[in-house]
Design a protein. Sequence first.
Length: 436
Amino acid sequence: MKKSSKIFLILFSIVCTSQAQEVLSLNEAIGIALKRNYNIQLALNDVEIARASNSWAAAGKLPTATLNGFSNNSLTNLNQKLNNGTEIVRNGVRNSTLGANGQLSYRIYGGKRVNIIKERFNLQEALSNEGLKQDINLAIFEVTNRYININRLIRQRNAILETISFFEERSKLSKSRFEIGTAGKNDYLQSQVDLNVQRNNEINLINNIQLAKMDLNEILARDPNTPFDVDEINIPENLPSKAEMLAAIDSLNPQMIMLRYNKKILDQNAHEIKALQKPSVFVNGGVNFNYNNNTAGFNLFQQTYGPTAGFNISYPLFTNPIAKQQLSIIRLQQINQDLQLESMKQSLWSFAADAYQNFENAKSLIALEASNLDIIREHNSIAMERFRKASITTVELRQAQLNLVEAQNRIINARFVLKQSELQILWVMGSLAETE
């Protein structure tokens, strides 16, 4: 490799290393996401809206009360003849009227419509809370998935650095043999090619690590170029049983619960429509005051005041066809809701089954690859020693080194799949928020 290329690699590595400063733990990343995630902020506002809308007053339980007042003044011309023969003709008659009244109306029966509406409000508030929980679980899932991906890429880079040292030693030995004439130039060139391939892989991994960090910074709603390092990820050993997993999907998964709440809300809508077809009984009460003053006419002065009380009944007519149409639509919506519920359950169960299978498979692969990697490392060391003594060919050493690279990648990927599968299972169970 040319000297300038070597300098470039060194400088590139130094820059990347200098940027890796703050260690960002997974819990810290999740905490930042939960505070800044836009979907969670919107969901929190939806919860507040649903809570503010959920009251007996909004449901119509409180009585309606009004207070009115008026004052009228007029100037008229009067021409009046009374039955006793008196005749009054006067221009510019002033008339003053002053009045006030208060009215109170309270529904004492309405087909339990108020209670039905209040229950719908309760369901809508519970639905908004489940929506918030769903957004929290999704945010934790996305943050954790990106975090473990960065961890995987860093492990791969560390593995590449280990193998590069073996390739560099092989390249030095091949170059020395070529220079003293004990080996052909082809072996030296092949060792250089293999070494450059590994260095190229490292450069790509450094770039992928930076891109993965930018991706995580994006979901944390901060500057994409914010530098940080990540902690090691603990490898899970056990998961809930399949029976526990399926039970949790059915009872804890926010998507399933939200669909059930939507169906219950449809039930309440149907009850409201039926309640509207029943009579309503109102108790009414009020207080009136009226004052009238005239400068001419039969009544020069009149004042009335006092309470009023009564009740009224209203019964809707000719609304039954519309109610039947609305109920038919709601029944179809309920059928669709049941279908969506079953479809969602089947989809989540299939997703969980795949994740569970991948977890068990990755667990078996890790156990196998861990022992296999020790064997390959030992074989690589022996092959390198034999190459120093010129007892094996370059081709044999090259294969031993490539076997090491592949073995390292296999166990790293298996660990990533294991952690990712655990994450997927906890997400589909709806329990990620409880585990963090």
